[in-house]
Design a protein around this ligand. Structure first.
Ligand SMILES: Nc1nc2c(ncn2[C@@H]2O[C@H](COP(=O)(O)OP(=O)(O)O[C@H]3O[C@H](CO)[C@@H](O)[C@H](O)[C@@H]3O)[C@@H](O)[C@H]2O)c(=O)[nH]1
Ligand SMILES: [Mg+2]
Length: 194
């Protein structure tokens, strides 16, 4: 951290009930030369990784469907969301994390992934940086039904879908998760399943 337009940062812990929510009070030098006092709430739940799992031969991809309480509190009718396979880094590096999450959530033991992007998830409020991967899967990599970890009460439905069907869902506005939209668009731009 080095920025001579930010000073006198005071941090107040609002919650560390599960992850960490802080209130940051600081002085910020505006572009017009005046100092202003600002307050921002910042939520730190670590960084994350996600992967688009695709099969070029079958022209399919694997997605997940799970209940997401924050979306239910917003305007997502039943609170279920279709998403790429993703998880939080914990102590892993991003690549190890996404290989582990792929087995836990969807039941495939993949060997290789390719990093395609690194981006802040919601920079106004979250510290989280997301590491985006793509990875090829095949039927012989399947080692379990997936579904997530019981100890974490994960309840993940595994969806193997035709890429063209998902693309038409994307175009109809039926995919509501930014990370999923990003990787589907990556697949389209780079003609991953052509
Ligand atoms: N008790 C409790 N458990 C929690 C809480 N928040 C998360 N957990 C537990 O932590 C697990 C995290 O599972 P992961 O698969 O590692 O993370 P994720 O929730 O899928 O997160 C991914 O998607 C997020 C987007 O919503 C990303 O923000 C994140 O970086 C990652 O990619 C959840 O299943 C749940 O058991 C909480 O507030 N309380
Ligand atoms: Mg997850």
């Amino acid at each position: 951290m080095s920025n001579n337009r930010v000073k006198d940062i005071k941090s107040t812990l609002l919650s560390d009930n599960y992850y960490v929510l802080k209130k940051l009070n600081f002085n910020y030098l505006m572009s017009n030369g005046t100092w202003v006092n600002q307050m921002r709430e910042v939520y730190n739940r670590g960084d994350g990784a996600g992967v688009l799992l695709y099969n070029k031969t079958k022209k399919t991809i694997i997605l997940t469907k799970q209940f997401r309480m924050p979306t239910y509190m917003s305007d997502n009718e039943d609170g279920f969301l279709i998403e790429i396979c993703a998880g939080m880094l914990d102590k892993d590096d991003p690549e190890a994390c996404i290989i582990r999450e792929t087995e836990e959530e969807v039941g495939y033991r993949i060997k290789e992934v390719k990093k395609v992007y690194e981006a802040y998830s919601s920079p106004g409020v979250l510290t989280e940086k997301m590491h985006f991967f793509i990875g090829e899967y095949s039927d012989d990599m399947k080692v379990s039904d997936g579904g997530g970890l019981d100890v974490e009460q994960e309840d993940i439905e595994v969806l193997e879908l035709n890429f063209d069907d998902v693309v038409s869902m994307l175009h109809k506005g039926e995919i509501y998760d930014t990370r999923t939209i990003v990787l589907l668009q990556y697949a389209l731009i780079h003609k991953l399943l052509d």
